[in-house]
Design a protein around this ligand. Structure first.
Ligand SMILES: Nc1ncnc2c1ncn2[C@@H]1O[C@H](COP(=O)(O)OP(=O)(O)OP(=O)(O)O)[C@@H](O)[C@H]1O
Ligand SMILES: [Mg+2]
Length: 369
């Protein structure tokens, strides 16, 4: 490695190969303040560069525009979401707004913003599909009609970007919400294997010393990820990172195919280190317990009671004290994040390969101890 962090999925590279078109479109929508805030949607499968390109746009506009970003995967209530946005302009707003309704909070946020005569603001609302599936669609109406909050005034908001994977989220909106959302959609298609190769080559050149990897390795990773993980760049970066890490720990001169094979053998597509970073250790142990229970039972679903027994043992093994309430919260969170399927208190399951999941979680939990 020369700089391992350049392979982290949280790193936003200064360039995004094969996303020129989308970036150009984004710039054309947000480079100037128009009469009304622009509403634009980004849409496409996992790991296609939606979040990164919106944040790259934010850095491009930084001389004139501040960006407020929220990922709705982690906020399930409108109040919490508006609070998260507000705290980016007023970090210690917490106490003052405690008794506000979500709507009052939004008005307060806009008021605060409008006091800033130097900058415009851009809202990025990521993973909106997740939130809408929770049932509260009013946020779309509110964020697409910002200009109606203070009639007659011109708001210093450039616009709102909604990011989603699943186009079907729009079907859950009512007709007024749909119409104010509009139809400016920028599409992100899955990368082809060749595009994936270019992207990996680029990220490898930022993170690894020259001569420590070959075209053959990059090509092989692109191949595997295109076939087994729907070309998800996030997964590809994980594979490259862990392969290089293994090579370095072994004291090898460069990354070999065998390192990659090994890593592919235990990484779980659809469960990347970025996803896992959203979990506390005790939550990883909860997920691991569900996996153990499913394996023990050999059935597609298991019940809460069975899980809780396994959970007690697993917690002890890792030196934690089991707590049923924590397990309950963990299951809720795992469900919200899409790690498990929950079809009732007696029907809890996962949809990734169990052995891989167990192996992966055990390695992660143990390496953090
Ligand atoms: N064209 C690209 N060039 C370089 N890196 C890229 C490119 N596209 C994606 N990446 C990297 O892949 C990772 C995942 O991308 P990103 O988070 O933007 O995906 P996403 O479309 O938002 O996916 P999701 O729907 O799962 O949130 C990031 O680390 C990002 O930097
Ligand atoms: Mg994203």
């Amino acid at each position: 490695f020369k700089d391992a962090s350049k392979l982290f999925t949280s790193y936003i590279p200064p360039k995004l190969p094969h996303r020129d078109k989308q970036l150009r479109q984004l710039q054309s929508f947000f480079s100037y303040r128009l009469k009304f805030p622009q509403v634009v949607q980004l849409e496409g499968p996992a790991g296609t560069g939606k979040t990164s390109s919106s944040l790259l746009l934010a850095t491009m506009l930084k001389a004139s525009t501040k960006t407020l970003y929220v990922n709705l995967k982690v906020y399930r209530k409108k109040f919490l979401m508006y609070k998260a946005l507000l705290e980016q302009v007023e970090p210690d707003a917490g106490l003052k707004i405690r008794s506000y309704s979500p709507e009052e909070l939004l008005v307060y946020l806009l008021k605060t913003i409008s006091k800033d005569h130097e900058y415009d603001y851009l809202f990025i609302v990521d993973e909106i599909d997740n939130f809408i599936k929770g049932g509260d669609t009013s946020v779309v109406y509110e964020l697409t009609r910002l200009n109606e909050v203070f009639p007659g005034e011109r708001l210093n908001v450039r616009g709102v970007i909604f990011i989603s994977r699943d186009p079907e989220w729009r079907d859950l909106l009512d007709s007024a919400e749909k119409s104010s959302l509009g139809a400016l959609i920028i599409k992100y298609d899955r990368y082809t294997k060749e595009q994936l190769t270019d992207i990996l080559e680029y990220r490898a050149s930022l993170a690894l010393k020259p001569g420590t990897y070959t075209d053959e390795i990059i090509d092989y990773i692109a191949d595997v990820v295109a076939e087994e993980a729907n070309s998800d760049v996030r997964f590809a970066l994980d594979v490259l990172y862990y392969s290089a890490l293994t090579a370095e720990r072994e004291g090898a001169e460069k990354v070999e195919i065998e390192h990659v094979r090994n890593v592919v053998g235990y990484l779980v597509p659809g469960l990347t280190s970025e996803d896992l970073s959203l979990l506390e250790k005790v939550e990883m142990i909860g997920l691991l317990s569900i996996a153990y229970t499913l394996k023990l039972r050999g059935e597609p679903y298991v019940g809460f009671l069975d899980i809780s027994k396994v959970y007690e043992e697993t917690c002890r093994r890792y030196g934690l004290r089991p707590n049923i309430r924590t397990l309950e919260n963990t299951i809720q969170k795992l469900h919200d994040l899409g790690f498990i399927t929950f079809k009732g208190i007696k029907r809890i399951g996962v949809n990734v390969p169990l052995d891989k999941l167990i192996n992966f979680l055990e390695t992660r939990i143990e390496s953090e101890i």
